[in-house]
Design a protein around this ligand. Structure first.
Ligand SMILES: [Fe+2]
Ligand SMILES: [Fe+2]
Length: 140
């Protein structure tokens, strides 16, 4: 069962993006369960690393779509992705070095950070994609 504080992903309306966002947010749900159960850093690490790797693949997926469709907001969105990838890399590296279990505050930070990006940058991008002429849309 999903913890009550597990936020649902903001839907962008673009299926593949929404599916990937759901996987990222479900990973938080699983991490939160491990935190609530007081599981060790070693047990939490695999999920955190999975999250990081999945996130990087997801950012690349969006970037490829932006480039393919000449998205006017590509530059700032891509820059923000660079910041997100760096932030998660630092977060994971500090977690691995500190060897301390994740806290609720850590999870809240990651959860809010991801939701903010989806809401502020991914929703407008998905809106752009869904408004493409049918010929381009058919090639997505
Ligand atoms: Fe995204
Ligand atoms: Fe994005």
């Amino acid at each position: 069962m999903a913890p009550t504080s597990w936020k649902l992903p903001v839907l962008t309306g673009y299926q593949e993006m929404d599916d990937q966002h759901r996987t990222l947010i479900e990973t938080f749900g699983r991490l939160r369960v491990l935190v609530n159960q007081g599981r060790s850093p070693d047990e939490q690490e695999a999920l955190l690393v999975f999250f990081q790797e999945y996130l990087v693949g997801h950012l690349e997926f969006e970037q490829e779509l932006m480039a393919r469709h000449n998205y006017p907001g590509e530059r700032p969105h891509r820059d923000r992705h660079g910041e997100l990838a760096l932030e998660i890399e630092i977060f994971v590296s500090e977690f691995q070095q500190g060897h301390q279990p994740l806290s609720q505050a850590n999870l809240e930070y990651l959860d809010n950070w991801l939701h903010q990006h989806i809401q502020d940058e991914d929703v407008p991008f998905a809106d752009f994609l869904t408004r493409l002429p049918p010929t381009q849309e058919g090639s997505l």
